[in-house]
Design a protein around this ligand. Structure first.
Ligand SMILES: [Zn+2]
Length: 255
């Protein structure tokens, strides 16, 4: 059976995600920004937490791990990382490893740049991509530990996934991302359509996630850094995708 997913808010603008296997009852939390909302979401469904899949070491992604592990005795899966910044880990994973949540399968893709340890979890059978702070809707994460070519390479890995996969990212930043993207890419019809959709959803206080990866590929300027039209808008004709991406990221940092 297909995975049963829940989306909710943690902290101020982090997303909480539960992925539940109806066949076995296994339930994973993707990251654990804080325990309270995750426990509430579990109890609303009568689910018991069996696994936490961590994407990277930042506090707003691991802050609830210790409390959830103490409460549920769940397995904690985290990126392979020599510096071992993440505590309470049972299993370390690296590129192409597959994690089982009951009968559900999550494939690990290393997506460094935001942090060096950042991984994304791809549920191929369920067409779901948990990209945390690598790829946001109409944006991408800040490049804190890596560099622009590394981050661009990570975005290309996610862009290579099929159009009918759904993106579940780490933060509700979509409205601000739309404002920036329109300043670079004002004639993009897909972006304008997404801008209207986002305005509607946020007016109703609803999440802008998930979003189809196919739509994101057309509307997200950071995924279009190798499009000559985007390079031209930045007066960077002939520059590489990584160079244009780096310039976009710099401009967004200052926006
Ligand atoms: Zn982060």
């Amino acid at each position: 059976m297909a995975a049963d997913l829940r989306v909710f808010t943690c902290l101020s603008d982090n997303f909480g995600y539960l992925v539940h296997d109806p066949d076995t009852g296994a339930t994973a939390s993707i990251d654990a920004p804080e325990a309270g909302p995750i426990i509430k979401a579990l109890e609303a469904e009568g689910w018991k937490l069996t696994d936490i899949l961590i994407t990277h070491h930042h506090g707003d992604h691991v802050g609830g791990v210790a409390e959830l592990k103490a409460r549920y005795g769940c397995r904690v899966v985290a990126p392979h990382d020599k510096s071992a910044k993440i505590a309470n880990v049972d299993q370390r994973v690296a590129n192409a490893d597959v994690v089982k949540i009951g009968k559900l399968l999550a494939r690990v893709v290393e997506t460094p740049g935001h942090t060096l340890d950042h991984i994304s979890y791809i549920f191929d059978n369920d067409k779901a991509v948990f990209a945390a702070d690598t790829l946001f809707s109409i944006g991408c994460g800040r490049v804190f530990e890596g560099n622009a070519p590394m981050m661009w390479d990570s975005l290309l890995k996610l862009r290579a996934l099929p159009d009918d996969f759904r993106l579940y990212c780490g933060h509700e930043y979509t409205a601000a991302n739309v404002r920036f993207a329109l300043s670079i890419d004002p004639d993009n019809a897909a972006l304008k359509a997404r801008a209207e959709e986002v305005a509607r959803l946020r007016a109703d206080n609803r999440p802008t996630i998930p979003v189809l990866l196919g739509d994101e590929k057309k509307a997200n300027v950071f995924l279009r850094a190798d499009d000559p039209q985007v390079a031209a808008r930045l007066h960077m004709k002939g520059a590489s995708g990584a160079e244009v991406f780096g310039e976009l990221r710099e401009r967004k940092n200052k926006s």
